[in-house]
Write a protein that binds this ligand. Structure first.
Ligand SMILES: [Fe+2]
Length: 105
């Protein structure tokens, strides 16, 4: 889970820094909400991921039921948010990126 969290964090940081600003500057106005939705989803995913990463060490050390239940709830929430986000990226953002970015970008 720790590796996945780090990977996800770096992936999203790259999109936040390199993808969303370029798309927002280049997509037609009516498509800006798609990009803005992706940005908001990143913020929600990051908040949930931060909770999971903070809870993991305590759960690993003590495995208390209360810690387990909260962690399981956050992991389930993270999974659902990621499924929605990644589906949106594939269906809506990749076609935009293909038309708004050049291959070097
Ligand atoms: Fe993303």
């Amino acid at each position: 889970m720790e590796f996945l969290g780090d990977l996800l964090h770096h992936h999203h940081a790259g999109e936040d820094a390199l993808l969303w600003p370029k798309l927002l500057a280049r997509v037609p106005t009516q498509l800006a909400p798609v990009v803005e939705l992706m940005q908001r989803q990143h913020e929600q995913i990051d908040a949930t991921l931060t909770r999971v990463q903070k809870a993991l060490p305590e759960w690993a050390a003590r495995a208390a039921a209360s810690t387990r239940n909260a962690l399981a709830s956050d992991v389930a929430q993270l999974n659902a948010a990621l499924a929605e986000h990644l589906d949106g990226e594939e269906r809506q953002v990749l076609p935009l990126a293909a038309t708004c970015l050049d291959p070097d970008e």
